[in-house]
Ligand binder design. Sequence first.
Ligand code: AMP
Length: 220
Amino acid sequence: MHLILLGPPGGGKGTQAKLLQDEYGLVQLSTGDMLRAAIASGSAIGQQAKEVMASGKLVSDDIVIGIVAERIEQPDAKRGFIMDGFPRTTAQAEALDALLKARKRRIDAAIEVQVPDSLIVERIAGRFTCKKCGTGYHEKFHRPKVEGTCDVCGSHEFFRRPDDNAQAVQVRLDAYHRLTAPLIPYYERQGLLHRVDGTLPIEEVTQRLKAILAEARAHS
Ligand code: AMP
């Protein structure tokens, strides 16, 4: 299965993709994570992307499409993927369609996780991530069970993203509405669009996503 999660920054796409990937034997493909890894490794792409990401703007289509084209060729992505944070522009969506078509594959469902802008700043301002295993947490909505200790790997080290500040969040939201939201009608026209209320509790959103996946699987 090939799934796309659409929705604003801080809407819960990454959290949900991580929860779904094991259960369905899919791999989560987050272009944000790939770009952060490129920055951490000091690669040329990372150096190009660093300032753009910190400001909240989008990295160029060419760079991101290049990364995805390479990534979907890896063996773990052959069984299927959940894209989280890609595509983010119409050019990226068209490039993904072409990449998949050339490999006789196609997208099974695009799911919009709906969260109003008014909730995004609070969601993003409180979030932090385990440095070791990448599990996401939130000061208000999802604290570790034992204060200061990751539930999954037991690490005590956490980090906050440099672009999770009020100014960059506003730029990211603007980019979402201007450049990414047009993908909603793009997938709707193809009969692939589903919607989920992303303001519901995490487990409830997961249940609704599972119902959509079951339906998409039955039709694939
Ligand atoms: P994310 O982790 O998905 O919130 O992405 C963090 C940042 O990485 C974004 O604000 C962009 O600067 C960059 N980025 C991630 N995915 C894309 C993409 N598909 N197209 C352009 N820029 C991206």
